[in-house]
Ligand binder design. Sequence first.
Ligand code: 3PG
Length: 305
Amino acid sequence: MKVLILTEKPFATKAIDSIKQIISNASMEAVILEKYTDKYQVLNAVEDVDAIIIRSDLMTNEILDAAKKLKIVVRAGSGVDNVDLVAASVRNIVVMNTPGQNANAVAELAIGMMIYASRNFYDGSNGTELKGKKLGIHAYGNVGRNVAKIAKGFEMDIYAYDSFCPAEIIEKDGIKAFTSVEELYRTCQYISLHIPCTPETEYSINHNFFTKMLPRAILINTARKEVINEEDLINWMENSPEVRYITDIMPNNDKKLREKFSKRYFSTPKKMGAQTTEANNNAGIAAANQIINFLLNGNTQFQVN
Ligand code: 3PG
C-alpha cells in the first residue's frame, strides 16, 4: 500500500525520516509531494495512493474525487477545516487528526507573541511585563491548556472560557473560568484565541467582542484567520488607538493593516505555530502510526468524520 506525505509546507527532515521508517516497517511505500505550487501536482500525486498525511493542505471534493484508492487522510495537526469532511464521508474515506501533538509549539508561539507585543515589537522603547497582567484564554483545548501552563510561570492572572469545557474542569487547573465569553473579553488585557474554524466560529470575533475589549487590549491569534471579522477588526483598531493585534495567520487585509497600524499590528509571513522539529515529529509520527493502525487493524481512534 502507498502512503503519500502531502505537505506544501514541509515537515522537518527528522520528522520525514521517522514517518518513512514507520511506513516501511509496515511494508508500505512512502511517497512525498512537498512545496507544490498548483493543484494539478496534487491531483496527479493522489491518484493511486491508499493513505495521505497532510498539514494545512486542502482536501477538496475535486482532490478526494481524484484519489480513487484513498481510504484514509490524516491531518498531522488539530484543525480539519481544510478537509471537505462531507466529500470524504460520501466516499467512505476516513479522516483523522492528531490532537495535542503540536499544542506546545503553538502555545509557546502565543506566549512569544505576547512578549513581542508587550515590548513594542522590540523597537527599543519602554514596554511592559506579562507578570500580573490578566490573560484570557478563549477555548481551553490542548493549545489553551498549554498556554495556561506556560503563563503560570510568568505569574499572569489567568482566565479561560470554553463553550464545551465545564468551568469545574478549567478551575481544577487553578485557572479562573468565566461562564460568559463576553466577560473574558471585558476583563482581560491579553486575549489568546484558540477556537477552531467551524461554521459557528467563522467571523465570530467581531464588533460584539471588539467593543467590549479594554483600551489597551492585545489580541493574539494563533488559531485561524477566518474566525476574525476583519472589517470589524480594522474599525476597532481605528477607534481604539492603543489596542494591538498579533497573528500567526496572515489576514486578507494584511497590507492595509500594516499601512494603517504598523506599530500595533504584526503577522508572521507564513503560519509557523506548529513549525518546530518537535511538533513535526510528534504530529507526523502520530499520523503515520494512525494510518498503519487503521489500514492493518481497522483502528478508527481520532476519526473526525
Ligand atoms: C493545526 O491545526 O494543527 C495547526 O494550525 C498547524 O497547522 P500546520 O501544520 O499547517 O502548521
